[in-house]
Design a protein around this ligand. Structure first.
Ligand SMILES: CNC(=O)c1cccc(C)c1Nc1nc(N2CCN(c3ccccc3Cl)CC2)nc(N2CSC[C@H]2C(=O)NC)n1
Length: 183
């Protein structure tokens, strides 16, 4: 199983690389890696595993964060309605997006960034993500809210972009006009 020892930290050059497309059908090795990433995110939301293995909680993880420069992301979250959203995708991309922007009112955290970096991270409010699931089936997801934010954060990692790159340097808590704050 993956632990924090497998997660590279800000300053590691791999976090600034552009990850390569996964050749489909995916190899057993790539399927194994993607499954282990989803397992990490799920484990990181389980109190006793966090305690036992010293995990940092997360909703998403991208392959470059475990020093694998391939286009793979894993996301797992239970929303306020108690609905579970679990995705492990190869070659995800933002196929289209809203003009409207949104941001987390508490700012963003990242498993590869040990310190808290204050500021709002403006992102698209709604995105359509296309990719391939772990069985190789094409998926098309229309996302909004926290899920939309997390997918954009993880897809940024595949392009060597860190969340703080989006924070306004002059005024970290400024946001675009009409941007939606997500609690
Ligand atoms: C600087 N302020 C902050 O970090 C911040 C501060 C307050 C609130 C938020 C909402 C903040 N922001 C933020 N909090 C998270 N978590 C909240 C706690 N949670 C979690 C924790 C325990 C069990 C289960 C779970 Cl679910 C895990 C995830 N996650 C992200 N991000 C940014 S998009 C990718 C995603 C990610 O997985 N990061 C590791 N941002």
């Amino acid at each position: 199983m993956l632990t924090m020892d497998d997660i590279i930290r800000d300053g590691h050059p791999s976090l600034r690389e552009v990850a390569k497309e996964v050749q489909l059908p995916a190899s057993d090795e790539d399927i194994e890696i993607l499954a282990s990433m989803l397992e990490y995110v799920k484990n990181s939301q389980n109190a006793e595993k966090v305690k036992k293995y010293g995990l940092r909680p997360g909703i998403g993880l991208a392959a470059p964060q475990i020093n694998v420069l391939k286009r793979m992301i894993a996301i797992h979250l239970n929303d306020e309605k108690g609905e579970t959203h679990s995705y492990a995708l190869f070659n995800p991309k933002v196929a289209s997006h809203s003009v409207e922007k949104a941001y987390l009112t508490s700012g963003e955290g990242c498993l590869s960034v040990d310190e808290s970096i204050p500021g709002f991270v403006p992102r698209y409010a709604r995105v359509t993500v296309k990719g391939f699931d772990i069985e190789g089936k094409e998926v098309k997801l229309r996302l909004k809210g926290l899920l939309s934010i997390v997918f954009q954060h993880e897809i940024d990692h595949l392009n060597g972009i860190m969340f703080y790159d989006h924070i306004n340097k002059k005024d970290p808590f400024s946001v675009p006009e009409n941007a939606i704050g997500i609690e």
